[in-house]
Design a protein around this ligand. Structure first.
Ligand SMILES: NC(=O)c1ccc[n+]([C@@H]2O[C@H](COP(=O)([O-])OP(=O)(O)OC[C@H]3O[C@@H](n4cnc5c(N)ncnc54)[C@H](O)[C@@H]3O)[C@@H](O)[C@H]2O)c1
Length: 258
């Protein structure tokens, strides 16, 4: 039980990596607060974890909404009396557009979900971490947070922001018992393309950005599964990684080594 007695808030738990994390963390003894804006998917993961004997509370909410974020963190306090772990995992893709083609609605949406949401949630969790003298944050960043080839300009900006958020938070609270790390994730088989459809502008297969992103995708040695990422998140969330802070851990089968 690597997370015995810990309380973990995980966002984006309805699908992909977040769902794998909810199941794995619960199996390792954590009590889960699962945050998700898709109510149907949320109900599924709550049922799944409960059926396996885990402790989980679902919160329907949009991480880009600051009031929802306060409510998500407060749910951990109200339900389990504390919060030990925050995993900022919820995210959406962009439409792979380059700077010459971006649209403002996609920019606003993707930045709000991928960059501002994690900041709001960290802000809401910090007072509890400080009061306890301990807490750990794991952000699901991307190779698009450390390089320029993996997505469109908007998603790339949002994940670079996520990396900056990780490093600043790690440094600022390094003497306060709070750790903050990020995973620079490569290609993983999840529902992200389908889950993003309709939320941002449509792909234009003829666009420069799509062509350049596909050229980079061709270099990927392979795709991972959600459990591969959940296993790293488990390590970063647990006390086993107590000396790891401000790290951007690449998990990509070697893609970024190219
Ligand atoms: N799949 C990949 O190849 C890949 C690569 C690098 C990074 N990532 C990142 O990994 C994270 C998880 O993505 P995934 O691939 O598992 O995708 P996914 O779509 O399978 O799962 C993400 C979940 O988050 C939820 N969600 C999205 N926006 C939300 C919001 N504003 N509020 C609440 N819930 C929200 C979705 O409904 C979905 O259930 C994301 O941050 C994504 O950017 C994915």
């Amino acid at each position: 039980m690597r997370l015995a007695d810990k309380v973990a808030v995980i966002t984006g738990t309805g699908s992909g990596m977040g769902r794998a994390m909810a199941n794995l963390f619960a199996a390792e003894g954590a009590k889960i607060v699962a945050a998700e804006w898709n109510a149907t998917a949320l109900a599924e993961v709550v049922a799944e974890v409960t059926a396996a004997g885990g402790a989980i509370t679902g919160v329907a909410g949009d991480v880009s909404n600051r009031d929802d974020d306060r409510r998500i963190i407060q749910t951990a306090i109200d339900t389990y009396g504390r919060i030990d772990i925050l995993v900022n995992n919820a995210g959406i893709m962009d439409n792979m557009a380059a700077a010459g083609d971006f649209d403002e609605a996609t920019l606003a949406k993707v930045m709000a979900v991928n960059a501002f949401g994690p900041l709001y949630l960290i802000n809401a969790a910090i007072p509890h971490f400080l009061a306890q003298g301990k807490g750990t944050i794991v952000n699901t960043a991307s190779l698009a947070g450390v390089g320029g080839g993996a997505a469109g300009v908007v998603y790339t900006m949002s994940k670079h922001a996520n990396v900056g958020l990780t490093k600043n938070t790690a440094w600022a609270y390094a003497k306060s018992g709070i750790r903050c790390n990020a995973m620079a994730v490569g290609g993983v088989n999840t529902g992200i393309m389908a889950n993003t459809a309709g939320k941002v502008a449509a792909f234009d297969p003829q666009s420069l950005g799509v062509g350049r992103a596909m050229a980079y995708a061709g270099l990927a040695p392979g795709f991972g599964e959600p459990i591969d990422i959940a296993n790293l998140a488990l390590y970063l969330a647990s006390d086993e990684s107590r000396f790891v802070n401000g790290a951007i851990v690449h998990i990509d089968a070697g893609w970024s080594a190219a």
